[in-house]
Design a protein around this ligand. Structure first.
Ligand SMILES: [Zn+2]
Ligand SMILES: [Zn+2]
Ligand SMILES: [Zn+2]
Ligand SMILES: [Zn+2]
Ligand SMILES: [Zn+2]
Ligand SMILES: [Zn+2]
Ligand SMILES: [Zn+2]
Ligand SMILES: [Zn+2]
Length: 318
């Protein structure tokens, strides 16, 4: 393939005019009908954004990248027509005919738009951060968003904690999946601390966010003749298991319920779901409860209105 002859229409070999463009850019396929400054052919719709013909493309790739031409001319009944040449992008693994950027030294080829793929992100389909890797390597990889095969030879997102993988496009295209925050360089420790539901006072003594007194870790009674205590979070009874009892009143939580994180990722929202002790309005809580009943994770907690509610759910969306 030839390196792009910048500012020239591949079909008409005519210089492109520097003007405002309002149609789809042939380099990034961005649908910007916003009159951005760019270059346009006088004879056809071929055009580029000004930014997209800039050869100083910011990229993490170790060598310089060049915009290359993927249109060829072909003669059909005496007329020259443009023909698209398809390629597979090394960053997202998708085959297409957009204008790619190419590294001439190592034959690395990438969509113009994929140059800007974020390196580290969090998506609502997974609890850990995921990172973009240049290839996954051999193996049977399944995307955890669309559950389709992921080709290990191309770039994708991967979780370094549990080896879950995601197509580059599946993880980043949909606004409801990724919150558009790049987390490269953002320390992860802060997020872990924010999710802690209690602070440790002493050995076996904690202060849970949902109650004003301290809780002592103990074993619940196993004697059948005694009335069963019920967890204040999930309402289920105790059967000789680890629990947290209030040191001043009868408030008690299962060990598992006391450890539920304050923030939780779920596919119903790109934002975190929050662990709250009650909803603001009873009418909303009914709607939230019926909606969230489908999800096992929250089912344990919703019964006494100790539920996860997303920021979005607290405001009328329905
Ligand atoms: Zn463009
Ligand atoms: Zn043209
Ligand atoms: Zn791509
Ligand atoms: Zn290279
Ligand atoms: Zn996918
Ligand atoms: Zn993971
Ligand atoms: Zn419980
Ligand atoms: Zn208490």
């Amino acid at each position: 393939m030839d390196t792009m002859e910048l500012r020239q229409c591949p079909a008409h070999n005519s210089p492109l005019k520097y003007t405002r463009i309002s149609s789809k850019c042939d380099a990034c396929y961005g649908d910007h009908y916003d009159n951005k400054q760019g270059y346009k052919c006088n004879f056809c719709e071929f055009c580029f954004h000004e930014d997209c013909v800039n050869v100083k493309i910011p990229a993490r790739h170790k060598h310089p990248l060049n915009l290359i031409k993927v249109h060829d001319q072909r003669e059909v009944k005496g007329e020259f027509k443009m023909r698209c040449i398809t390629f597979t992008c090394h960053a997202c693994g998708l085959c297409s005919a957009e204008y790619p950027c190419l590294c001439l030294q190592c034959c690395f080829i990438i969509h113009r738009a994929c140059i800007f793929l974020p390196r580290v992100i969090k998506i609502n389909r997974h609890d850990h951060r995921i990172s973009h890797v240049s290839s996954l390597g051999p193996g049977k990889w399944i995307c955890r968003v669309c559950y389709e095969h992921v080709n290990g030879e191309y770039g994708a997102y991967s979780c370094f904690v549990c080896s879950y993988v995601f197509h580059s496009k599946c993880a980043t295209t949909c606004l409801t999946i990724w919150d558009r925050r790049e987390l490269e360089g953002v320390p992860e420790e802060d997020e872990k601390d924010e999710s802690k539901p209690f602070i440790v006072i002493d050995q076996n003594l904690i202060k849970h966010f949902s109650h004003e007194h301290n809780h002592k870790s103990s074993l619940s009674s196993s004697r059948l003749e005694e009335p069963r205590e019920h967890c204040y979070a999930c309402t289920l009874p105790f059967y000789a298991e680890l629990c947290y009892k209030c040191t001043q009143c009868d408030f008690i939580l299962h060990d598992a319920c006391a450890n539920l994180p304050l923030k939780k990722r779920h596919q119903i929202s790109p934002q975190y779901l929050l662990y709250v002790t009650k909803t603001r309005e009873p009418e909303q809580s009914v709607k939230v409860v019926t909606w969230l009943l489908c999800f096992f994770y929250v089912a344990r907690v919703i019964v006494v209105a100790t539920i996860y509610v997303s920021h979005a759910l607290l405001y009328p969306h329905w």
